[in-house]
Design a protein around this ligand. Sequence first.
Ligand code: ARG
Length: 465
Amino acid sequence: MSDQSSTNASWGGRFSEPTDAFVARYTASVDFDRRMYRQDIQGSVAHAKMLCKVGVLTEQERDDIIRGLEEVRIEIERGDFEWSVALEDVHMNIEAALTKKIGITGKKLHTGRSRNDQVATDIRLYLRDEIDAISAELTRLQQGLAELAEKEADTIMPGFTHLQTAQPVTFGHHLLAWNAMLERDYARLQDCRARMNQLPLGAAALAGTTYPIDRFYTAELLGFDAPTENSLDSVSDRDFAIEFCSAAALIMMHMSRFSEELVLWASAQFRFIDLPDRFCTGSSIMPQKKNPDVPELVRGKTGRVYGHLVGLLTLMKSQPLAYNKDNQEDKEPLFDTVDTLRDSLRAFADMAPNLIARKDDMREAAMRGFSTATDLADYVVRKGIPFRDAHEIVGKAVGYGVKTGKDLSEMTLKELQQFSTEITADVFDVLTLEGSVAARNHIGGTAPDQVRAAAARAKAALAQR
Ligand code: ARG
């Protein structure tokens, strides 16, 4: 990257001395905004086509610009492009390179636009592409979860509240809980994409332009639903980026919960799952270790995504209309959010379908902690006893179980009848783990049949995306 300081050719007309070398570096954004070179060129090609359509450029000029921009793109992708800090940002670097290639016509490209509406357009194009890529990873993760849920529809594990054994659930049901969160996350991303899919170009610096531009045509060329309504808002608004970061923060929050459970479950204390070796690392000192680095990192990276959300909100707070240079600071948090989210989803989409359920350990854990106590209470209620009394009866039975080291299902009928004479032999249908989960047979319940149906619905919905 060259960084010789000089008066910038794009705006240096009124200046009598070159920009201070440090200030040039301090104010430049090319180090990071060059990431949007593809969208910058895409926007410029559409702008040139529109300028030709309305008679501002000739067809020859339009074609020269498009050809020149195409050459620039190829050079950038080959790694031959010389980025210059003196040219500040991606926009002026590309425009200067174009002018070097095609001469004076290159300077006409910027007619009727400003970097203010140009950058607003580039970010939207960029974020739209990234939302699509992120949505694809999210879908892949959901598909993996739905498939695994179908396979694990009958697998029984303890369900928890307060991280204490509560009631038995099926592992498939638990997997589909994660899927339900991700389903809302997906919808939020699509909402955000739909709201931001409007073209700011044509707002120019802030007030619009005197050229006879056709913003509907440019919008159509770039796949935007419509031009934005207000030029001042167009160049200063970054709420779409905040909205994306907020959707990203929610996804990471969900993934951090998911991660926390995987880390716990992979421990020797829980032993509910095995993570495939390729998603884990070892310890250089403790030979027995297999560490769940991927979920740990996802959990850890959630913090930086939250940080970027707060950073962007603070960046925008109290900014007067219209564009302010502050807005250049939107990119690094946004880019890092995109990278972090996309990589985290990718890692999980690769890993989740390959979780190995340790069914026997899960079952054994569900046998501990009196997870069918509620089932026994419901049973006694069905025999005509008020719930409050039933609660008391089962509480005593559990106390007896704690003393004798027996689960409710391991007690004899006689033992159970000490607590209520209403209890008869059919009690064992509800005291087993299988009986307990099968009885919760309604939509949204944990019964294996419901889990199979829910997984099938999820898979069908995902196939429609
Ligand atoms: N690099 C700038 C940004 O990211 C582009 C817009 C600059 N506009 C200006 N008037 N200096 O916001």
